[in-house]
Design a binder for this molecule. Structure first.
Ligand code: HEM
Length: 407
């Protein structure tokens, strides 16, 4: 009788605590680094740093592509488990399609382009804080992280800002409600309305270019010809979806941590240059994007286990980032950790397009909080984590108190 594969009951959607999730991942790294789970149609889970990095760096054998199967009327492949009924581009494409999309985006997210946006992100952050500074109470997620990420990305793309909240809220809610829940169905209906507005904005920009990213994307001539409205829409969905909850999750987890470690908080407040290493360490420790999947293109061995063509492998960035063979004191936050080769922004060709932008936003928010809400205290009893850590390790809400100040 053939040996059954090493198995795990790991399920990205299972409701469990952050600590329990890491206990499970730590046990897997030690005893069963490539394990099979039957959840969501079945997938392999890679938990060691070395294996995760090897998969991420080998885009030929591990495909990100998502393809619509017209016969079965469903999407197959892609990077998210459980699969969403849509395709993100560029992340759910392989070369040469991937080159077409990254080629038109890269120059808008390089350090110089991002630095040019710092002033406007700072102004937006202070305007958001002004709305609450006289009350002495603010929600880190709902009043700072989510709005700033949404407003920042929407203004860069060229979407109207007059009712940004109606755009930001569905991106927040769709990320954390459980699949199959009534709440998710409602969030999906709300996001469809946002998608309609995105399509309208794209159509109107065709006739009235304004110099924003939408207009620029329409003028580009990548290999294969100009982008059509459908491609521009899919790119915009990824820019919104990829930036809003991820950056919010990082900021919220960092501020939550600094509410409990006052030594680290004082060090960062006094030495703002240390925000650079703290950004990487909070990314490593909390890993806002916990897992990403690939589909195996031809039978291959990973960490000593043979995986067949067509099977799915889930890379646990969260687990790789706690691998004791790579990170000393992996379960401790060390704000000046160096070196810090974490994989929280991915690895290989699909490495996060928005990494510089996320760093800039983190620095802007931290500086604004240290300057204007220096004594903030999280209301722990009212702070709510996502029901499951799922693929994004974020917070539903995180109210905080602080000494009132002036606008
Ligand atoms: C703390 C914040 C963020 C985290 C933790 C994060 C994490 C990640 C990760 C892990 C990947 C790799 C996916 C893969 O290998 O399949 C990725 C890709 C991507 N991210 Fe981010 N991200 C963040 C912020 C942003 C922002 C601000 C933007 C855009 C404004 C963005 C846009 C993208 C895009 C477009 C991709 C796909 C890149 C490709 O496939 O070539 N991300 N991100």
């Amino acid at each position: 009788m053939a040996n059954s594969p090493p198995s795990t009951d790991f399920d990205p959607e299972r409701v469990e605590s952050f600590v329990d999730r890491h206990l499970q991942l730590s046990a897997l790294r030690r005893t069963c680094p490539i394990a099979h789970s039957d959840a969501h149609g079945g997938f392999w889970l890679a938990s060691r740093y070395e294996d995760v990095a090897a998969v991420a760096e080998n885009a030929d054998n591990f495909s990100s592509a998502k393809i619509f199967n017209a016969e079965l009327d469903c999407w197959e492949g892609g990077t998210i488990v459980p699969a969403l009924p849509m395709r993100f581009i560029p992340s759910e494409t392989d070369s040469p399609e991937w080159d077409r999309y990254r080629g038109v985006l890269n120059s808008h997210f390089n350090p110089k382009a991002v630095e040019a946006r710092r002033e406007s992100f700072t102004a937006h952050t202070h305007a958001l804080i002004d709305e609450h500074i006289e009350n002495g109470q603010i929600d880190i997620v709902l009043d700072i992280g989510n709005p700033l990420s949404a407003i920042g990305t929407m203004s860069l793309i060229g979407f109207p800002l007059d009712d940004w909240w109606a755009w930001a809220k569905p991106f927040h809610e769709i990320t954390y409600h459980a699949s199959g829940s009534v709440e998710l169905e409602k969030a999906a209906r709300d996001i469809e309305q946002v998608y309609d507005r995105m399509r309208e904005a794209i159509a109107s920009r065709r006739t009235r270019p304004t110099g924003d990213l939408l207009s620029i994307l329409m003028e580009q001539k990548p290999v294969g010809g100009p982008l059509d409205d459908g491609e521009i829409f899919d790119l915009c969905v990824q820019l919104m979806g990829g930036s809003i909850e991820t950056t919010t999750a990082l900021i919220a987890n960092a501020l939550m941590y600094l509410d409990t470690d006052h030594v680290a908080r004082s060090r960062l407040k006094e030495d703002r240059k240390m925000l650079r290493s703290a950004f990487d360490e909070f990314l490593r420790y909390f890993t806002p994007v916990q897992n990403v999947a690939r589909r195996v293109t031809a039978e291959i061995e990973v960490g000593g286990t043979t995986i067949g063509a067509g099977e799915t492998i889930l890379m646990s960035w969260a687990s790789a980032n706690r691998d004791e063979d790579v990170f000393k004191d992996a379960d401790r936050v060390v704000i000046d950790r160096s070196p810090n080769r974490h994989v929280a922004m991915g690895r290989g060709k699909h490495f996060c397009l928005g990494s510089f932008q996320a760093r800039m936003m983190f620095e802007v928010v931290m500086n604004a909080v240290f300057d204007r809400l220096p004594d903030y205290r999280i209301m722990h009893d009212n702070a709510v984590r996502y029901p499951s850590i799922g693929n994004v390790n974020g917070w539903v809400k995180m109210p905080a108190l602080f000494a009132r100040g002036e606008k």
